[in-house]
Ligand binder design. Structure first.
Ligand code: HEC
Length: 121
């Protein structure tokens, strides 16, 4: 099961920074923990992991998401919406904080790449 997930991550689009799995020495321990939690709980909806996928269910996330406001991001993740589950019962506040810390390291997708995406295979 684990190897399937790894294989999926390897075919991830290179321009989606949130999908990067290579060890990044510039990340703090909190950001690394957040990246692991993101990979477990969020990638399924927020990152295009299959080249055959036309789009993701949720929007691409970056440091600019929700105005780049940490508290707004944390509240959104905790509460969820009618389309996204809330994580306040499954993740501790510190874990949600770590995910936000990680997201703040993800650069916004360049508009050109975003515009190109729908026509990609
Ligand atoms: C079941 C699919 C799903 C999962 C799992 C999921 N999300 Fe979402 N997420 C969505 C959808 C869909 C939206 C768009 C909001 C809406 O339609 O209500 C969204 C929106 C967001 C937004 C706001 C984006 C914006 O630009 O407004 C953030 C931040 C976010 N998600 C973070 C996360 C994090 C962090 C996790 C993991 C802890 C996560 N999501 C897990 C589906 C998901």
């Amino acid at each position: 099961m684990k190897s399937i997930a790894v294989a999926l991550m390897l075919v991830a689009s290179p321009h989606l920074a949130a999908a990067q799995t290579t060890a990044d020495p510039s990340l703090t321990p909190e950001q690394l923990a957040g990246r692991n939690l993101f990979a477990q709980h969020c990638v399924v909806c927020h990152v295009k992991t299959l080249v055959t996928a036309v789009r993701t269910y949720g929007p691409a996330l970056s440091r600019n998401t929700l105005g780049g406001l940490d508290e707004v991001m944390a509240a959104f993740i905790a509460t969820g919406t009618s389309n996204m589950p809330g994580f306040k019962y499954s993740l501790a506040p510190g874990e949600i904080g770590a995910i936000v810390a990680y997201l703040k390291t993800v650069p916004a997708e360049p508009p050109a790449a975003a515009a190109r995406q729908p026509s990609q295979h």
